[in-house]
Design a protein around this ligand. Structure first.
Ligand code: IMP
Length: 178
């Protein structure tokens, strides 16, 4: 792995493809165990979570469903103001076990605004899986039930995560050079 230039920024290799694969398998095993016979519905948050969601979902062995929702995305390197639901949920989640799949929890704003909308529909349970979590960036406290990697408050790209739309198409994760 070498450095990556995206727009005006340089990024360095941070989490390898192998480390991600191992973590995804580990998360899938925990979910297989905890959701056996519960037929959970996974809700992946687009765009960032699309690669993580696909890899995690195909690592599961239990019966499960998946759906996708698109919320307003991150602009540049700071969380943008409004979080808007652009593509709604097309499934009934009343009395179902719901598992949110996020690429990264940063300030917690996105899920803080979205979760009440889901709770309103009275799922049997509602848990969060995030591949990456930046605990030091928390502004809106949020319980992340399954975390892949806790990382420092530094900007990362790759494996679905972007910097102004670019950089999603790498198998590993890169961190901004400082
Ligand atoms: P939050 O609402 O501040 O928790 O931000 C969550 C969303 O911001 C994620 O789903 C990402 O789309 C985006 N985001 C946060 N941190 C990063 C980062 O380091 N790189 C790329 N996107 C990020």
């Amino acid at each position: 792995m070498t450095t990556l230039q995206i727009h005006d920024k340089l990024f360095k290799p941070y989490i390898s493809e192998e480390a991600i694969r191992e973590k995804v398998v580990e998360l899938a095993a925990a979910l297989d165990h905890d959701y056996k016979d519960k037929n959970p519905i996974f809700i992946a948050i687009l765009n960032g979570a699309f690669i993580f969601a696909a890899d995690l979902f195909k690592s599961l062995t239990i019966d499960a469903e998946i759906s996708f929702i698109k919320l307003a995305s991150y602009k540049g390197m700071k969380s943008s103001g409004q979080v808007i639901t652009a593509v709604g949920l097309d499934i009934e989640i009343f009395d179902r076990h719901v598992v949110i799949l996020e690429d990264i929890v940063d300030t917690g704003k996105t899920l803080n605004e979205f979760l009440p909308q889901l709770r309103h529909q009275q799922p049997a349970s509602l848990k969060i899986v995030a591949l990456l979590h930046k605990p030091d960036a928390t502004v809106y406290p949020l319980k992340v039930d399954y975390t892949g990697f806790e990382i420092p408050d530094k900007f990362v790209v790759g494996y679905g995560l972007d910097y102004n739309g670019r950089g999603r198409n790498t198998a590993s994760i890169y961190q901004l050079f400082e």
